[in-house]
Write a protein that binds this ligand. Structure first.
Ligand code: FES
Ligand code: FES
Length: 127
């Protein structure tokens, strides 16, 4: 299967790979898996005191499309509020990366990871 140039770019030069300190009260951690293929994605966000995402990191054990999807969303997340981050849809990720139908679930994984990280952060902050 041919990957798009954007997928290859993120796959070969992934942005924001790594981890943030889980014990930081301003850090939310999302961990999701894709039942279809067993790939796993960890996505972390860190908000500042104004509730704006100032940092995002990921670690993905999976296919090129999953790595590219998570790399892309770490770029999109920075500077967004949690409400704006909640609005990121897998369709936008799939469109940006020109994912073929069999790889749509890789972008769903990234959307799920964002929602999971936001939910973790909100529960830590008592919302
Ligand atoms: Fe092989 Fe996702 S199915 S890496
Ligand atoms: Fe399963 Fe990409 S093939 S996440």
């Amino acid at each position: 299967m041919a990957y798009s140039d954007k997928v290859l770019d993120h796959y070969e030069n992934p942005r924001n790979v790594g981890s943030l300190d889980k014990s930081d009260p301003n850090v939310g951690t999302g961990m999701v898996g894709a039942p279809a293929c067993g790939d796993v994605m960890k996505l972390q966000i860190k908000v500042n005191d104004a509730g704006v995402i100032e940092d995002a990191k990921f670690k993905t054990y999976g296919c090129g499309s999953a790595i590219a999807s998570s790399s892309l969303v770490t770029e999109w997340l920075k500077g967004k509020t949690l409400d704006q981050a909640q609005e990121i849809k897998n369709a936008a990720i799939a469109e940006e990366l020109a994912l073929p139908p069999v790889k749509i679930h890789c972008s769903v994984l990234a959307e799920d990871a964002i929602k999971s990280a936001i939910a973790d952060l909100k529960s830590k902050q008592g919302h």
